[in-house]
Design a binder for this molecule. Structure first.
Ligand code: FAD
Length: 339
């Protein structure tokens, strides 16, 4: 069991990593009055690259996982609270035009439309004429995006004002001090947790300027285009499991541009203004890594949020606060690998 209460008034709990996992966990602790100190270094950070999309119904089979509706409700409230508390705007609800890639996808979606659980999330309306939708499409609702950089900058500034952040790599704690590692894919270099089955996934995103006014919805056709202003959009993302360091590749840029121009019936003359790469902390069973080290009761982890950190992190940070980590996320499921 994670000993938050036991340590709340003594030494601060150390949080290692200033990406979304560490920073949102720190925010949750601040709200509960728990004494913590966050270490954030300048290593590659997936959260600073991510487009921040929140999409409850995913994949070619249009899956709405069991806890997703609850996670979504929780995440919305969580981000809205932060927005109010520190006076920023970082959470934007935006519908998504999902264009089917094949007849098979269309059939999969039709089945979901008959299911009441999906009624709030899928709207049976044809895509606009301005989009190339050879296999038709649908509108997804309850979709959103999180401006992760605005959020992280504001949170770090807030922690700075409260004296609970150090911009450096965490090296050593006092004996028996509680430490929660939120290192993203860098966990693979941490001997305390390198036994966990991480399947890191490299990804690239481009930011573009459009000559034409962009629509006010997200376009998703395997890859996605997210308009962030009338003339600016982000386009992503590639997904590779065989790259160990974030690297921008010309071939990926061309692939993403081709997708985006091909999504519209008329050319938008997109001009690339930024090209970024990051590594997602994806796990073998697609569930997070949360909990206490099997051998050291003061060492903990909060990681493994893969491609869906924006949706999942608030929910699981709350589980940690409640000291109720669900079985599917608890690292106890892999304890036999820790030798
Ligand atoms: C191309 C791409 C697109 C994505 N798109 C989306 C999306 O649309 N929606 C979504 O929800 N998710 C998306 N993701 C996934 C999302 O980025 C992750 O789920 C999430 O950001 C993981 O956050 P994290 O804090 O665990 O890891 P990271 O963001 O990688 O942060 C880990 C941090 O820990 C720091 N660190 C490591 N070791 C130490 C140490 N010893 N001391 C101090 N600091 C340390 C690192 O410097 C880093 O800043 C995307 C990811 C990529 C790469």
């Amino acid at each position: 069991m994670f000993p938050i209460k036991a340590t709340s008034n003594k030494q601060p709990i150390i949080i290692v990593g200033g990406g979304l996992a560490g920073s949102l966990l720190a925010w949750s602790m601040k709200q509960k009055g728990i004494n913590f100190h966050l270490y954030a270094d300048k290593k590659a950070c997936a959260s600073r690259v991510a487009a921040g999309l929140i999409n409850p119904v995913t994949g070619q089979r249009f899956v709405l996982a069991e806890h997703t509706p609850d996670m979504l409700t929780f995440a919305k409230g969580f981000y809205r609270n932060i927005e109010q508390a520190i006076d920023i705007h970082c959470f934007f609800e935006k519908p998504m035009k999902r264009l089917f890639l094949s007849q098979k996808e269309q059939e999969n979606c039709k089945k979901r439309l008959k299911n009441d659980r999906y009624a709030k999330f899928l709207k049976n309306e044809l895509p606009p004429q301005t989009l190339n939708a050879e296999h038709s499409g649908i509108t997804q609702t309850q979709t959103a995006w999180l401006d992760t950089n605005t959020l992280l900058d504001a949170l770090h500034q807030y922690f700075e004002q409260h004296g609970c952040i150090t911009y450096a790599s965490f090296l050593e704690a006092e004996s028996k001090q509680h430490i929660i590692y939120c290192e993203g894919y860098h966990m693979q270099n941490n001997p305390l947790f390198s036994w966990l089955p991480l399947q890191a996934a490299h990804g690239e995103i481009i930011t573009c300027k459009s000559a034409k006014i962009l629509p006010d919805y997200i376009i998703n056709k395997g890859k996605w285009l997210l308009p962030v202003s009338e003339h600016d959009c982000r386009i992503g993302a590639t997904y590779e499991t065989d790259m160990e360091t974030p690297t921008v590749q010309e071939v990926s840029k061309q692939q993403l541009l081709e997708f985006a121009e091909g999504a519209f019936t008329e050319p938008h003359s997109l001009e690339v203004t930024k090209h970024q790469a990051g590594i997602r902390p994806t796990t073998l069973d697609k569930q997070p890594f949360i909990g206490t080290h099997p051998k050291f009761s003061n060492i903990h982890i909060f990681n493994g949020f893969g491609s869906r950190g924006c949706l999942m992190i608030p929910w699981y940070a709350n589980q940690l606060m409640q000291q109720q980590i669900s079985q599917e996320a608890n690292i106890q499921r892999y304890a036999q690998l820790c030798v």
